[in-house]
Ligand binder design. Structure first.
Ligand SMILES: Nc1ncnc2c1ncn2[C@@H]1O[C@H](COP(=O)(O)OP(=O)(O)OP(=O)(O)O)[C@@H](O)[C@H]1O
Ligand SMILES: [Mg+2]
Length: 235
């Protein structure tokens, strides 16, 4: 479980997160929604230790993550799939996966087998350069590269960005079944509120760095005010 309390993060005069508190429960999907510049990426980068908060606490179960180095936070079980996916185009699918496994020192061949079972298309394309993959396949590779390290928490930054609706729906289904078949805790950042709310248990809505809603996904999805003013879901 990830527990965040009173998190404030600044870039000079810009306050990207203001007194943000939220809980991402074990084995559940917590959606973090909001428009451009709401602070979603900053939230994930701060959890991962890529950005220092000004104030506030972040805990993984009973352990504080604040002031820890990114590599130590990763070792504690936080997997981060960044915005834009971050796979290396010049490397093959398998080389990208090896990188993910290497950093976590896990059994490589077992890890590869598990990821190819989860994402069969990656197994079929294991010798292809990542640059040759479709957007959806690249997103799967980015997720597999994080998952091969056996994280207990997966941070996903806009996985649906640039994907066709059908591909997005398949990806969301994969995320959902990952949670159902393991105890994986997912923080799913999305501008695509409809897709995320379909699979999330809980949803937090950010607006210029502030939490404007923090409730079950079904209540957030049903709130006309939130839909119209913060989620861009005009009927
Ligand atoms: N490296 C940076 N330097 C300065 N300001 C930044 C930096 N990164 C983010 N910001 C600012 O912090 C605020 C939150 O940005 P952030 O990228 O976290 O938003 P976001 O919700 O992920 O947006 P998007 O949906 O466009 O990805 C914005 O005002 C942004 O301009
Ligand atoms: Mg972002």
């Amino acid at each position: 479980m990830i527990t965040i309390e009173g998190l404030t993060v600044s870039f000079g005069a810009v306050q990207a997160l203001r007194n943000v508190s939220l809980v991402a429960e074990t084995g559940k999907i917590t959606a973090v929604l909001g428009a451009n510049g709401a602070g979603k990426t900053t939230l994930l980068r701060t959890i991962s230790g890529l950005k220092e908060p000004k104030t506030g606490t972040i805990r993984l179960d009973d352990q504080s993550l604040v002031h820890k180095r990114t590599e130590d936070i990763a070792r504690l079980g936080i997997g981060h799939v960044p915005e834009g996916r971050g796979v290396i185009g010049e490397f093959t699918v398998e080389e990208n996966l090896r990188l993910g496994a290497m950093m976590a020192k896990v059994n490589l061949s077992r890890g590869l087998d598990e990821q190819y079972e989860l994402f069969p298309v990656l197994g079929e394309r294991r010798k292809q350069h990542a640059a040759k993959l479709s957007g959806g396949e690249r997103q799967m590779l980015a997720m597999a590269r994080a998952l091969i390290a056996k994280p207990s928490v997966l941070l996903l930054d806009e996985p649906s960005l640039g994907l066709a609706p059908l591909v997005t729906a398949q990806l969301m289904h994969t995320i959902q079944s990952l949670c159902e078949t393991s105890d994986l805790t997912v923080i799913l950042v999305e501008q695509n509120a409809t897709s995320a709310l379909r699979i999330a248990h809980h949803a937090v809505v950010l607006h210029v760095g502030k939490v404007v809603a923090n409730d079950t996904a079904s209540l957030v999805a049903a709130d006309e005010n939130l839909r119209q003013y913060y989620l861009g879901l005009v009927e």
